[in-house]
Design a protein around this ligand. Structure first.
Ligand code: EPZ
Length: 422
C-alpha cells in the first residue's frame, strides 16, 4: 500500500497552482444530464473523485471527450445525447457518495431515476432526506426499496416553494438542477450560499437556465423547456487553497497561491490573521506569510458559508495543536468529524474531545509517527502535522488524499517540504 513519508521541520517557500474545485466540478459535470447538447467543462481537477464521477456519467450513456485521456487534460466535452441507463448502482455509489447528485438531473431529464442510497461515511450518517422530500415537492414520486431510491416524474416536474429545514449543499445542488427544467417557478428558501453553488448556477445560466439569488439563501428558478450548449470553467478549489494557507501557518515561511481570489475566503483569512498569518492580495493570487515563530490560539465554530468551512476544520486543528494557547473547535455540521484527533494525539498533540467540541492545548512540538488516514480532510491534517513534527511521519491509506488533492506531494515538495510517496 502506498504511503506518504514526511521529514518535518522545513518552512515552506514557493508558489502553488490551486486546482479547480472538486465539489463544484462534480455538480457541474452532473448538469450535462439536463441537456442533449454538448457542454465543455474546463478546470476539472485530476482526482480519483472526478475520474470516478465521469465513469458514472458515462454509464448513463453520456459521451465524454477527454475521459480516456484523463491524466493529460482538464477539459471534458460531455454530450448526454441519449440517456441509455438511469440507474446508479450501489457498487459505484458507495464509493462515490456524490453520485446522489445525479438524482435531480436524471429525474428532470428522463422522468425516472434509480440511485442507490449513498449510505454513511466516516464523518457521519450523511442522510439524504432533504434531497428526497424536496424532489417530492417538485412532483416526483419517490420510494425506497432494497437500498435504492426509485424516483419518478413521468409528466415532468412542477415548480414549487421549498423551505429547507437546514442548510444542505447537496440538497440545494440537486433541487437547483431539477428545477431548471421544471414547469413554472421554484423558490428555494434556506438555500446553501456556498461559492460552489453559485458556480453551478452560473454554469446553468450559461446554458440558458433562468436563476436569481445565487449566493443568497433564497434562490428563484424559472423553469425552461430545454438548455443549450456551453463552455464553462470551474472555480478554484477554496478548500485546497485554505489547506495550503494552513500549511504555511504550521511550518512558517511564505507561499503564493495562484489562481485564487480573496472574496470567497474572507472569514477564513480573518481567522488566519488572528492566529498570525498575513494575507497579501495580488492580481490573480494570494500570498500567505506567517508573521512570527509562534501561532495564537483561536476558538472556531464550523458553519455553512460564509462561516468557517467544516472542510478546513481538521487542518485548523493540526495547526492549533502547536499554537501557544488553548483553542476550542466546535464542529456543527457533521456528527463525527474528529477522526483526525486520535492520530494527532499519537503525534504528541494535547486534544480533548467532548461531543462536538475539541479542546486543543497547544504543545511545543509534535513527534513524527506512523499514522492512518480515515477520510479526505483528516488525512491532509496529518500531512500538515507531519510537515512540522520532529522526525519522520508516515501516513497510510493515502487513497483518501488522492480523492481531493491533485499532486499534493509535488506541490509541497516544490515549496521545500521533505515529502515523498513510498
Ligand atoms: C457537501 O457535502 C460537500 N461535498 C462536503 O465536502 C462538505 O463538507 C459539505 O457539503 C458541507 O459544506 C460535496 O460537495 C461533494 P450537506 P453534503 O448536505 O452536500 C445534513 C469534502 O470533504 N443533511 O451540506 O453532503 C448532513 O448530514 C466533502 O469535500 C441532512 O440531514 O453536505 C450534514 O450534517 C465532505 N439531510 C448537514 O446536513 C440531507 O438530506 C450538511 O450537509 C442532507 C444533509
Amino acid at each position: 500500500m502506498e504511503k506518504i513519508s514526511i521529514k518535518g521541520g522545513k518552512p515552506l517557500y514557493g508558489k502553488v497552482k490551486i486546482s479547480g474545485s472538486k465539489n463544484s466540478s462534480l455538480a457541474i459535470l452532473a448538469s450535462c444530464l439536463l441537456t442533449n447538447k454538448k457542454i465543455s467543462i474546463y478546470g476539472v481537477p485530476k482526482l480519483t473523485d472526478t475520474f470516478f464521477f465521469l465513469k458514472i456519467l458515462s454509464s448513463f450513456g453520456v459521451n465524454i471527450e477527454g475521459l480516456n485521456n484523463f491524466k493529460n487534460t482538464n477539459k471534458f466535452v460531455l454530450e448526454a445525447k441519449k440517456i441509455t441507463n438511469n440507474k446508479a448502482p450501489y457498487n459505484l455509489v458507495r464509493k462515490m457518495r456524490a453520485s446522489i447528485l445525479v438524482l435531480g438531473p436524471l429525474l428532470a431529464r428522463t422522468g425516472r431515476a434509480i440511485v442507490s442510497l449513498p449510505g454513511g461515511c466516516s464523518i457521519g450518517a450523511r442522510p439524504v432526506d432533504i434531497h428526497l422530500k424536496s424532489l417530492e415537492k417538485l412532483g416526483a414520486k419517490i420510494f425506497i426499496r432494497e437500498g435504492y431510491i426509485y424516483a419518478e416524474a413521468p409528466k415532468g416536474l412542477k415548480g414549487n416553494k421549498i423551505v429547507f429545514p437546514k442548510v444542505s449543499v447537496g440538497a440545494t445542488t440537486n433541487v437547483l438542477m431539477a428545477a431548471v427544467l421544471a414547469k413554472g417557478t421554484t423558490e428555494i428558501y434556506n438555500a446553501a450560499k456556498e461559492p460552489e453553488i453559485k458556480d453551478l448556477g452560473l454554469c446553468l445560466k450559461s446554458m440558458g437556465a433562468k436563476i436569481k439569488g445565487l449566493g443568497t439563501n433564497k434562490i428563484l428558478i424559472e423553469g425552461v423547456k430545454e438548455l443549450k450548449e456551453t463552455s464553462y470553467k470551474v472555480m478554484f478549489d477554496r478548500i485546497e487553497a485554505g489547506t495550503y494557507a494552513l500549511a504555511v501557518a504550521i511550518t512558517g515561511g511564505e507561499i503564493e497561491l495562484l489562481g485564487v481570489e480573496k472574496k470567497s475566503l474572507t472569514l477564513f483569512i480573518n481567522v488566519l490573521e488572528t492566529i498570525g498569518v498575513n494575507c497579501i492580495e495580488k492580481k490573480n493570487s494570494l500570498v500567505f506569510k506567517r508573521q512570527s515563530n509562534s501561532l495564537n490560539p483561536i476558538d472556531v465554530t464550523t458553519e455553512p458559508y460564509p462561516g468557517f468551512p467544516t472542510d478546513l476544520q481538521a487542518q485548523l486543528m493540526a495547526v492549533m495543536a502547536v499554537s501557544n494557547g488553548t483553542s476550542v473547535i466546535t464542529e456543527n455540521i457533521f456528527e463525527n468529524r474528529f477522526m483526525h484527533a486520535p492520530e494527532l494525539i499519537r503525534m504528541g498533540a494535547n486534544i480533548k474531545l467532548k461531543g462536538n467540541l475539541a479542546i486543543v492545548n497547544g504543545v511545543k512540538r509534535l513527534k513524527g509517527a506512523e499514522v492512518m488516514a480515515t477520510d479526505l480532510r483528516a488525512s491532509v491534517s496529518l500531512v500538515l502535522a507531519g510537515l512540522v513534527a520532529e522526525g519522520t511521519t508516515n501516513i497510510n491509506r493515502i487513497y483518501h488524499i488522492d480523492r481531493g488533492y491533485q499532486d499534493i506531494v509535488k506541490k509541497l515538495k516544490f515549496c521545500g517540504a521533505n515529502i515523498s510517496r513510498i
